[in-house]
Design a protein around this ligand. Structure first.
Ligand code: FAD
Length: 457
């Protein structure tokens, strides 16, 4: 009996799953394996929102495998030891894995390769499982990766994409392979109340619904905070319950300016992945240092706490921070303006903000989170690193009637219209009765501090 192991990581699906399809080739038996990796748990990356969503994904993956005659095998421990152990138990001669970009993923891959080869087994690593266009596929002549999005996107768009693969019809798992119980969402404590449901089924339904009813208006409405008119596919893409290749194909077929604008956003995901693949240290070190002497937990503790709690006195910032806590997700416009507020207006180290986002975001992703934070902090790939978003202007532009603010900041529910963005200017209402804080910083002072720090005066 020929046996392959498929190690599922950020690719928790059956449709368009090249690693699984390759493992099944030639009628092989397959061990579909997920390892609850102790190293990830110890790193602090395994936070309640993502653990709960992961539990949904694993249950759904198991259900899908069972419909095809298989099941998911779950083990906990050191990933290399567990994979080698399962391969030895089942006498598997091949292990299949999706390529990934973080420093940790590189170490995992190397560790697996060494240990498997020493035991006479082969590791196959598959590109275009977790990215539509794999890192390194397009690169400028002078260096290994693109540092500017627009030329990257031009080349990205010209790349031929492989056709999405169907889900396999049958999966035969060797008898007698032991598995732990699948984790359950209800056993995870500290989960955000409004956390979305995970799993491939939910992911595919969302994509289909989005392409039918949402994407057409995406170009015009993607920044409309109250309208919530983006796809909300990010958690599904993060866990790989949805294939990025399939999402691009289907969005292109949907066509129109909305489809193209949406595909462009998907390219941003690949852009950050190719930056991180080339510069793994950018997860924690400035990509392009500006020699900032940031304020930190020690010097700006109260400001940081107010930002985390959504009590800065800037309603649009507070609304977005509260959405993050309540849903484990935040609208992109909210992410941009809250990050600008922390890193630039408060001049706090971007790593403090990135950590808080990673503690809560269900789509929290090293490449997307750290590099978007660096973008907003002006230490990353933004070609205008010193731009500062004004939270009042942003609020008036992207939440003109104040609907988003009132949704998340109930203290301001009695304030109608755009006045909600500047409650300190209210006339005729007892401001003290609002129980809403005064701004923790004057915008002009924050701007002056930032400009001084960046030598812009
Ligand atoms: P849509 O607007 O529907 O976009 C479709 C998909 O394109 C998204 O699901 C996402 O996969 C991708 N995408 C969109 N914008 C970006 C972007 N700027 N960079 C990379 N990919 C993008 N995204 C994450 O997936 N994980 C993160 O941890 C994360 N952290 C962020 C932190 C900051 C400070 C900022 C400014 C952005 C961050 N983003 C992150 C990017 C973006 O905000 C989210 O991907 C998006 O809001 C998810 O919502 P959506 O699925 O409705 O997006």
């Amino acid at each position: 009996m020929n046996v392959s192991v498929v190690l599922f990581t950020s690719d928790l699906r059956l449709h368009d799953q090249p690693a699984l399809r390759a493992a099944l080739e030639g009628g092989r038996h397959v061990v579909p394996l997920f390892v609850r990796d102790r190293a990830v748990e110890r790193s602090g990356f395994a936070v309640p929102n993502r653990l709960a969503f992961l539990a949904d994904c694993l249950r759904d993956l198991d259900a899908g495998l069972r419909e095809r005659g298989g099941r998911l095998i779950v083990r906990s421990g050191d990933v290399v030891e567990e994979v080698c152990g399962v391969a030895a138990e089942t006498d598997a001669d091949e292990v299949h894995l999706a390529a990934d970009v973080s420093a940790y993923a590189h170490r995992r891959e190397e560790g697996l390769r060494r240990a498997l080869e020493a035991a006479g087994r082969r590791l196959f690593v598959h590109d275009t499982v977790t990215a539509a266009v794999a890192p390194g596929t397009v690169a400028p002549a002078a260096s290994g990766h693109f540092a500017v999005f627009t030329p990257y996107y031009r080349q990205w768009s010209r790349q031929p994409l492989r056709e999405p693969l169907d889900a396999p019809r049958a999966v035969r798992v060797p008898d007698g392979v032991g598995s732990e119980e699948l984790p359950v969402r209800s056993a995870v404590t500290g989960v955000s109340e409004g956390l979305a449901e995970g799993g491939e089924r939910a992911a595919r339904e969302r994509l289909t619904g989005w392409l039918r009813a949402g994407v057409a208006a995406y170009e015009d409405r993607h920044d409309d905070l109250a309208g919530d008119a983006t796809s909300r596919l990010s958690p599904h893409l993060h866990f790989g319950a949805l294939s990025p290749v399939e999402a691009v194909h289907r969005a292109r077929r949907a066509g129109g300016p909305g489809g193209e604008a949406f595909v462009r956003q998907l390219a941003w995901r690949d852009f950050h992945r190719q930056v991180l693949a080339a510069r793994p240290e950018a997860a924690s070190a400035d990509y392009r240092t500006k020699h900032d002497r940031w304020r930190t937990e020690r010097t700006a503790g109260d400001d940081i706490e107010a930002w985390r709690e959504g009590r800065t006195g800037y309603p649009i910032v507070d609304a977005a921070m509260r959405q993050l806590r309540h849903e484990g997700w935040m609208h992109n416009r909210g992410r941009l303006l809250t990050a600008s507020f922390l890193a630039k207006t408060l001049y706090v180290d971007w790593r403090v903000g990135a950590r808080h986002f990673l503690d809560l975001l269900v789509d929290g992703d090293v490449a997307n989170n750290q590099l978007n934070w660096q973008w907003m902090a002006g230490t990353g790939t933004d070609t205008r690193p010193n731009r500062v978003l004004n939270p009042v202007t942003q609020g008036r532009r992207h939440d003109p009637d104040g609907v988003y603010v009132r949704r998340w900041v109930p203290e301001l529910s009695g304030v109608s219209g755009p006045a909600v963005h500047e409650p300190w200017k209210l006339r005729g209402l007892d401001r003290a009765a609002l129980d809403y804080p005064d701004p923790i910083v004057e915008l002009s002072e924050g701007l002056a501090r930032f400009k001084r720090a960046r030598g812009q005066e």
